[in-house]
Design a protein around this ligand. Structure first.
Ligand SMILES: CC(C)(COP(=O)(O)OP(=O)(O)OC[C@H]1O[C@@H](n2cnc3c(N)ncnc32)[C@H](O)[C@@H]1OP(=O)(O)O)[C@@H](O)C(=O)NCCC(=O)NCCS
Length: 259
């Protein structure tokens, strides 16, 4: 971590949603899968989709949404959404030396009663996708393939009765990347998982898997997608030339409890 950098990990609140959504789309600007999906007639808009999705995530009793804040300016520089399976709400809120008070005071009070009744599986399945009107474009076909594969993995890795944690989303503002923000957001959960003796899984983007590997995650499965099969046009590179999008590999990773 950069020794000159000081940031705090805090519970995110509903008023943070527009900023978190913007950080999400900024952080994925260089991600080829996201770039490809944002092409064509009905382009995928990550910022919009996150702005719609995050309030549900904040209200969910089985998730914890944390933000990293630059202590000198108050700027939000990154965030993570942790999913929990087989934990009680009290266990999810603590015990944790850094975030217990924040989570129990801020997040818990924002949970409307009806959210408590939400079925956990449906919340988790919505984690990566938004149901929309029927659209059979190649990009939508790809979305259905990646969503179905994620559901298959989830059924396999956490069948009924499993107690575990998972990373739903993690992103760091581009100018803050490489300064230890992602590691700190991840560390909150790895400590919690180790204390509870549970594994963590993540569906990793192509840019993040090495970081997860450094934090004890192992790749168990991959989904290799030939982006050119679904792309509406070739990729326009920084030199103004067109080239193929190439393959994109999603990695299903798992970290066993340690310590
Ligand atoms: C992936 C991401 C969250 C990492 O956050 P970050 O704040 O830049 O990461 P950190 O500075 O905390 O780095 C943590 C460790 O991972 C390593 N690391 C981070 N990105 C890496 C990369 N692309 N390749 C190799 N190692 C990497 C760092 O060297 C560091 O290792 P160290 O602790 O041994 O020094 C950030 O780059 C990001 O937002 N990427 C785009 C969105 C994304 O793909 N999110 C993941 C969704 S699953």
């Amino acid at each position: 971590m950069d020794p000159n950098t000081a940031f705090a990990i805090k519970a995110a609140s509903i008023s943070d949603v527009p900023t978190l959504a913007k950080i999400s789309s900024d952080s994925f600007l260089e991600d080829r899968h996201t770039q490809m999906k944002s092409q064509g007639e009905n382009p995928y808009d990550l910022e919009q989709s996150m702005a719609a999705y995050l309030p549900r995530q904040i209200a969910s009793p089985t998730s914890v949404l944390l933000k990293a804040v630059d202590e000198s300016t108050g700027e939000i520089v990154g965030w993570i959404s942790w999913g929990f399976r087989g934990f009680s709400p009290a266990e999810i809120a603590g015990p944790d030396p850094d975030a217990t008070a924040l989570i129990s005071n801020e997040v818990e009070s924002q949970k409307p009663a009806e959210e408590e009744k939400r079925v956990q599986a449906s919340q988790e399945q919505q984690a990566k996708s938004e149901p929309g009107p029927v659209d059979d474009s190649p990009i939508k076909q790809l979305e259905r393939i990646t969503d179905a594969d994620l559901r298959r993995w989830m059924d396999k890795v956490m069948p009924e009765g499993t107690r575990c944690m998972f990373v739903v989303s993690l992103c760091v503002s581009p100018k803050w990347q490489g300064k230890g923000v992602g590691a700190s957001l991840l560390h909150w959960g790895t400590r919690k998982a180790d204390a509870a003796g549970v594994f963590i899984w993540v569906h990793s983007s192509e840019g993040a898997w090495r970081m997860y590997q450094k934090h004890g995650f192992e790749t168990l499965e991959t989904l290799d997608v030939d982006l050119d099969q679904y792309a509406p046009s070739l990729l326009l590179n920084n030199q103004g030339r067109t080239e193929k999008w190439g393959h994109y590999v999603f990695r299903y990773m798992k970290r066993s409890p340690q310590g």
